[in-house]
Design a protein around this ligand. Structure first.
Ligand code: F6R
Length: 257
């Protein structure tokens, strides 16, 4: 794991955008996340694109998850969010932007089709991830198998409460979702996990320094041969080994810069 500690959320976004820009230049397949954490990174990528520095024309994107029971036209469906907050403002071909089809009649088939679409694209080169306060990634709640593939999951009540901020009432938050599995996420060539704010400190400490456990789905990053974790000071505040992570970052060999 490469753990990068930055002063604040804006510095996290700059570092994440630097990493993603390298993949965009290589016409990569990029896995994208929703939620609040990546929004600053998306704004920075859009800024670079609008400044003529960065093109996504050769890229494909796959979202992590989608609510079941929300029409795509609902502003909080992840289909709508990923288009509004990111892809509509880039030069990526909309046909190359994929979100699990949670409006399908046959959800199991939709999950299989999503896995097949990822495979047909040659796999995901870099997967951007946020982390839930309970350690989830995608919507793989505690107890998710490390081998799981895209499937229907029931949200944890804590996740429903967290996501209620996006809806008029907590009763409006769908409790079912389609999400890439931990096995799907694990196959990506590079994992880029972002976390900002004190509310993520316990989850980050458990994921990076606790035991590998299905109870902390984000601990999957410990199993991955290429995982970059970018956190601000607040999200890093529960890490024991932070002095070492900073030392590694400050003494990066030239070939790695
Ligand atoms: C979103 C997703 C979730 C979020 C997580 C953190 O596609 O898969 O795992 O990344 O719930 O959400 P925020 O960033 O809103 O704290």
């Amino acid at each position: 794991m490469d753990i990068l500690v930055r002063t604040d959320a804006s510095a996290v976004a700059t570092t994440a955008a630097d990493i993603l820009a390298r993949y965009a230049r290589a016409h990569a397949t990029i896995g994208v996340a929703t939620g609040s954490t990546p929004l600053a990174t998306y704004r920075e990528l859009i800024r670079r694109h609008q400044a003529g520095e960065l093109s996504f024309a050769g890229c494909r994107m796959f979202a992590l998850d989608e609510y079941v029971g929300l029409d795509y036209s609902h502003p909080e469906s992840y289909h709508a969010v990923i288009h509004r907050e990111l892809t509509d403002q880039l030069d990526i071909d909309p046909a190359n932007v994929h979100v699990p089809d949670a409006a399908a009649d046959n959800l199991q088939q939709a999950c299989r089709d999503y896995e097949a679409a990822i495979e047909d694209a040659g796999g995901i080169d870099i997967q951007l991830l946020g982390i839930g306060g309970n350690g989830h990634i995608g919507f793989n709640e505690p107890g998710s198998s490390f081998d799981s593939l895209t499937r229907l999951k029931t949200l944890h009540p804590a996740t429903v409460r967290d996501n209620a901020r996006f809806f008029d009432s907590p009763d409006d938050v769908p409790v079912h979702v389609l999400t890439q599995g931990l096995g799907t996420i694990r196959r990506a060539g590079h994992l880029l996990l972002l976390a900002t704010g004190q509310a993520k400190a316990d989850a980050i400490a458990a994921a990076l320094e606790g035991p590998l456990s299905a109870s902390v789905p984000a601990s999957l990053v410990q199993l991955h041969r290429r995982a970059t974790i970018v956190v601000d000071e607040a999200a890093a505040s529960g890490l024991k080994n932070v002095e070492y992570y900073r030392f590694v970052d400050e003494n990066r060999p030239e070939w790695q810069q």
